[in-house]
Design a protein around this ligand. Structure first.
Ligand SMILES: Nc1nc2c(c(=O)[nH]1)N[C@H]1C(S)=C(S)[C@@H](COP(=O)(O)OP(=O)(O)OC[C@H]3O[C@@H](n4cnc5c(=O)[nH]c(N)nc54)[C@H](O)[C@@H]3O)O[C@H]1N2
Ligand SMILES: Nc1nc2c(c(=O)[nH]1)N[C@H]1C(S)=C(S)[C@@H](COP(=O)(O)OP(=O)(O)OC[C@H]3O[C@@H](n4cnc5c(=O)[nH]c(N)nc54)[C@H](O)[C@@H]3O)O[C@H]1N2
Ligand code: SF4
Ligand SMILES: [Mo]
Length: 721
């Protein structure tokens, strides 16, 4: 028996875990790590099942090659050679513009994804770059990019100190938080209330988070931008503002807000006008307050405008970049933030002319780019940790489109709805065999913190780590062949990083000898050595060795004001009214006149689920974790439904079991995404198949400034089966 401590990679809460393993390496128990200064022993059912997931017998252990419908296990060498052949054929015949890459959500949770995703994308040399960001948080990146000059400059609510939290479109009691890294989010919310603070939740469903709040307000899906504009209008009309940061554009915001008085927006969003004004007055009156909005407000038709208005409210009430308001984390690996001011639309998608954002094109147009013939049509696809057949709008269309590709390679531990279309699958090793550091999520933490988890179990001989798999893919894509040594890529990247650091004024390495620095780096792999370099060059002067000495993690203190360091706008000030967003207000204003759909669809998350890929873990499926359509009992009666219903949208139709509940507002139905495993090669998932919610979501509709998919507020009709 032995104990190992590591960070849970399954959601954004980064909980510390304590694993017990027997001498065969079998994980016998997983508990919360009581000595982790950030998570203090918190764990959820997913974390507790990490051993089951890690040891899932249906995980792929060796690479797979498909010929027609037949899969065979192959050696790593054969697999990489097949990738080289497949990619070279596409490049040779159609050029690099026929290549595409999709990086999915787990890349945000893995060291390999964070360190090798960028190099892989650059090596592919294509503008067909897609990721789960455009079915998720791209609106936040775009609004922060335009307001602060850096798309990663995302301020998080100072959960542990705020006196008043207004939360829209988030349900951290199920999701455990997002773009707000906060282990034991539920406990932190309870602590907020226990210290006399106030929590207000805005959601079309009375969620478990809403049940914990002082007040819950139903909102008609897709209308948060109106509600937020009503708040901005009140703050300005009643002179309740106390802007504490240097900002341009206040007069422009005042002009725009004129049309969005609470009385004007109340009929659209379904929140009474006096409550909208009340929300504004409470935010202004609170000693400190934070507005936090998440997925429900992002994956909506006015996602970017809503994200922008969240920060406008935080700024107008004087709560931006100050304790108790919203603040920026300072991660231990931060160095060399972007210097050029942010812009979007540097290029456009070929078929629908949708603008690039963050160097990516919208997933909502991936199927168009595969299906539409012509120069630049996608013929080859590299997929890393994604399942867009279940996660992207119009998923079934992608399911068809993937069949027509000339070549597809997936890096994924499972044979699933998406990877079944691959020609080659390269499975990463188990979590317990992989090093872990949260390069991405700690940028959004509510307390500064660092924790490194070395691998608990060794790799089988000859088996590459996920870092090596991605490095080899990058080297193949750049023409260095299937047998190139992946370590060369790390060396190249380290050379560049250190050369830049020694020349950067103020860097801890300024004026040092890069070769000496290089020789002093620790780590059992190129990935670890790169992490060591990033830590040493980071703001706390940490190192891999220091983190190995602190297996429970290091608390780096509460967040501190740092807007001046963060700002990257051309003006050097916060831009309160960026032109691209002002433009989109026109669209918002026009929509005030359009009568709302009678019935709309939204999504939801369940504590024991994780997008599409935990449904093969027996203890996590079943019970209340089911793919049902939540519907208000009044709607069931009104429509004469019974048991099941046919749901139709502009994109498709589904038959779904109904779950009548008065926790959802009338006129709204909710279906979770990530299901639809009928016929899956994963037997447990197949038994709990559910249906693919993205059959109903429409890839022709996007949030205009970001190109983000729209999952909430999808017009549907319901009928008897
Ligand atoms: N257990 C679990 N945890 C997860 C995941 C998971 O699948 N399962 N997924 C992870 C991922 S990828 C993400 S991005 C995060 C997301 O984390 P959260 O943003 O907290 O996501 P949800 O739990 O889906 O909560 C979104 C809420 O928005 C509400 N909503 C829907 N439409 C609207 C609207 O128009 N306006 C408003 N105001 N509310 C609306 C929904 O009813 C729902 O309660 O969770 C992460 N954590
Ligand atoms: N209707 C609707 N659709 C949605 C949403 C919604 O709210 N409603 N939410 C959206 C959101 S927020 C997100 S983030 C997306 C997620 O969209 P995706 O990222 O496309 O989908 P996931 O289901 O997270 O699939 C992750 C894949 O990665 C694999 N995987 C897991 N761990 C690893 C690993 O360590 N390495 C590698 N290489 N692979 C791994 C899994 O087997 C799985 O195939 O879904 C979006 N889709
Ligand atoms: S809350 Fe998230 S990080 Fe914590 S144990 Fe659960 S899945 Fe893991
Ligand atoms: Mo997400």
């Amino acid at each position: 028996m032995r104990t190992a401590h590591r960070t849970c990679p399954l959601c954004e809460a980064v909980c510390g875990l304590r694993l017990t393993l027997d001498d065969t390496g079998h994980v016998t128990s997983v508990k919360g790590d009581p000595d982790d200064p950030f998570s203090r022993g918190f764990i959820c059912p997913k974390g507790a099942s990490l051993g089951r997931l890690d040891e899932d017998p249906d995980r792929l252990r060796v690479p797979m090659i498909r010929t027609g419908e037949t899969w065979r296990e192959v050696s790593w060498q054969e697999a990489f050679r097949a990738v080289e052949e497949g990619l070279s054929a596409v490049i040779g015949t159609h050029g690099r513009s026929a290549l595409a890459v999709y990086v999915g959500n787990p890349n945000a949770h893995s060291m390999a994804g964070a360190l090798y995703g960028g190099p892989l994308i650059r090596a592919l040399g294509t503008r067909n770059v897609f990721s789960a960001s455009t079915v998720d948080q791209m609106p936040k990146h775009v609004s922060c990019g335009l307001m602060f000059g850096d798309p990663m400059a995302i301020a998080v609510p100072d959960l542990d100190r705020t006196d008043h939290l207004l939360m829209l479109g988030a349900n951290p009691l199920e999701s455990n938080g997002s773009l707000c890294t906060a282990p034991d989010f539920p406990g932190r919310l309870k602590a907020l209330r226990a210290r006399g603070g106030r929590l207000v939740v805005v959601d079309p469903r009375r969620t478990r988070t809403a049940a914990l709040a002082d007040e819950h307000l139903f909102i008609r899906p897709g209308t948060d931008a109106y509600l937020l504009f009503g708040i901005v209008h009140t703050l300005l009309a009643e002179d309740l503002t106390s802007v504490g940061v240097e900002a341009n554009g206040l007069e422009e915001v005042r002009r725009l807000a004129k049309d969005f008085a609470p009385e004007a927006v109340a009929p659209v969003c379904g929140v009474p006008a006096d409550r909208i004004a009340g929300l504004a007055r409470e935010l202004a009156a609170a000693r400190t307050a934070a507005v936090y909005a998440r997925i429900g407000t992002c994956t909506a038709e006015f996602g970017t405008v809503a994200q922008w208005l969240v920060d406008v409210v935080n700024i107008l009430t004087g709560n931006f970049d100050r304790p108790g308001g919203v603040m920026f984390a300072k991660p231990a690996t931060e160095n060399g933030r972007r210097t050029r001011p942010y812009t979007t639309g540097r290029w456009h998608s070929r078929v629908r002319n949708l603008p690039e954002a963050n160097g990516e094109l919208p997933v909502a147009t991936l199927a168009d780019e595969i299906e539409t013939p012509g120069e630049g049509q996608i013929r080859g696809l590299v997929m890393v940790a994604g399942n867009p057949v279940l996660s992207a709008p119009g998923g079934p269309r992608l399911d068809q489109a993937f069949r027509d590709l000339d070549f597809m390679v997936c890096v994924d531990p499972y044979l699933n709805e998406t990877t079944r279309h691959a020609n080659v699958i390269l499975p990463p090793p188990r979590t317990t065999q992989s090093p872990h550091y949260d390069l991405t999520l700690l940028s959004f933490a509510v307390r500064n913190y660092a924790r490194f988890s070395p691998p608990v179990l060794p790799l089988e001989p000859g088996r590459p780590s996920e870092a090596e798999i991605l490095a080899r893919l990058a080297m193949i894509a750049s023409g260095q062949g299937a047998d190139a040594d992946p370590a060369a890529l790390d060396e190249l990247i380290l050379d560049r990083m250190l050369a830049r650091a020694v020349e950067t004024p103020g860097s801890p390495a300024e004026g040092m000898d890069p070769a000496e620095l290089r020789a002093s780096l620790d780590g059992g792999s190129g990935a670890e050595r790169r992490l060591d370099a990033m830590l040493r060059l980071g703001p706390y002067g940490l190192s891999l060795a220091a983190l190995l000495d602190a297996p429970h993690g290091i608390d780096l203190g509460p967040l501190e004001p740092r807007l001046a360091e963060i700002l990257r706008t051309a003006s050097g000030k916060v831009e309160l009214a960026p032109a691209r967003l002002v433009e989109d207000v026109e669209r918002l204003r026009d929509r005030l006149e359009v009568p709302p759909a009678e019935m709309v669809l939204i999504g939801r998350r369940h504590l024991r689920s994780n997008n599409s890929w935990l449904h093969n873990v027996e203890p996590l499926v079943g019970g209340s974790n089911r793919c049902t359509l939540q519907i208000n009992p009044d709607d069931v009666r009104r429509l004469g439904l019974d048991g099941k219903a046919v749901v139709r949208s502009a994109a498709g139709e589904l038959v779904v079991p109904l779950e009548p509940t008065d926790t959802i507002m009338p006129g709204v139905v909710s279906l979770p995404h990530g299901w639809g495993h009928a016929g899956s090669a994963q037997p447990v998932a197949a038994e709990h198949a559910g249906v693919n919610a993205n059959t109903l979501t429409d890839d022709s509709v996007v949030d205009v400034p970001s190109g983000n998919a729209v999952f909430n507020g999808v017009p549907v009709t319901l009928g008897r089966v």
